[in-house]
Design a protein around this ligand. Structure first.
Ligand code: PAF
Length: 281
């Protein structure tokens, strides 16, 4: 195993990128606190560009996507451990910049406007969140200039918005979604799981149980799926921020392939999860 090259500044990325002009680049943007879910994104990145290509991971806790009262200050920052994960996965370079290198002079005046898809679900409860996500992703894309970028399906709405941004703004980047990695009891891997107390950790598994119940009931239609999932949450006293069945593109559900998405607070931790499902007519 070789240590990935550590790129600590935007200038480092430009130099690294200029030297790798002829190679295919796969990019995995993260906020660090890396777990097996991120490792699976890195594996997919390597598969996409092969042994001769280059895999770059960014680690940057982006202040622009956190609202007032959210967990920006306590978000786990674990660079040493993260570098080990990247080394194990054969990542070539890790871009881990400081905030004032990414945003010299403070918050940017020019930002990405995410459009109506950002007003629903997560966007309805986290004002400005997706504008912050898309702005930093657009900046990272500009710096890294990848051929392919990998994002987890766990943040399904984020993935949909990044696809939409790449399409609407003609970014020549293949956006790839990677399946959610789960604990044995079904809990989706997330950097925020470290906030869960042992009791909350047990309750948290009911989110994925609810989604599985929804999947199993979906042949009876979107409403039946929603009811089955809600019943599981009610048993453990969880009132979700939202629990919805949608079409694959997050529009109104129609018979066929769809998505069920959930967000709920367990203790002090807000968790999100989603699955695909086949909606009966
Ligand atoms: O999913 C994340 O970790 C972040 O939202 C991302 C895409 C790295 C942007 O900060």
């Amino acid at each position: 195993m070789t240590l990935p090259t550590l790129l600590s500044s935007t200038a480092d990325v430009r130099t690294f990128r200029a030297a790798s002009r002829d190679q295919r680049i796969a990019f995995v943007p993260t906020m660090g606190a890396l777990h097996n879910g991120h490792a699976s994104l890195m594996k997919l990145a390597r598969e996409r560009v092969g042994a001769d290509g280059i895999v770059i991971v960014s680690i940057f806790v982006n202040p622009l996507q956190f609202g007032a009262g959210e967990d920006l200050d306590r978000y786990p920052r674990t660079l040493e451990a993260d570098l080990k994960v990247c080394e194990r996965e054969g990542v070539d370079a890790v871009f881990a910049p400081a905030v004032d290198d990414v945003y010299p002079g403070g918050e940017p005046q020019v930002r990405i406007t995410p459009g109506p898809l950002a007003d629903i679900l997560e966007g309805a409860v986290r004002e400005g969140h997706f504008g912050g996500v898309l702005t930093v992703v657009a900046k990272l894309f500009g710096l890294v200039q990848p051929d392919v970028a990998i994002f987890g399906e766990k943040d399904y709405q984020q993935l949909a918005l990044i696809r939409r941004m790449a399409q609407d703004l003609n970014m020549p980047i293949d956006i790839v979604g990677a399946p959610t990695e789960r604990e044995p009891d079904g809990l989706a891997l997330s950097s925020r799981n470290v906030y869960l107390s042992p009791t909350d950790r047990q309750v948290a598994a009911s989110l994925s149980r609810a989604l599985r119940a929804g999947q199993a009931a979906a042949a009876g239609g979107a409403e039946a799926a929603g009811k089955a999932a809600s019943a599981v949450l009610a048993e453990v006293g969880i009132a979700p921020d939202y629990l919805v069945v949608t079409a694959k593109d997050l529009s109104q559900p129609v018979p066929g392939e769809g998505r069920m998405l959930i967000a709920a607070r367990v203790g002090t931790t807000r968790l999100i999860d989603n699955v695909s499902l086949t909606i009966g007519g």
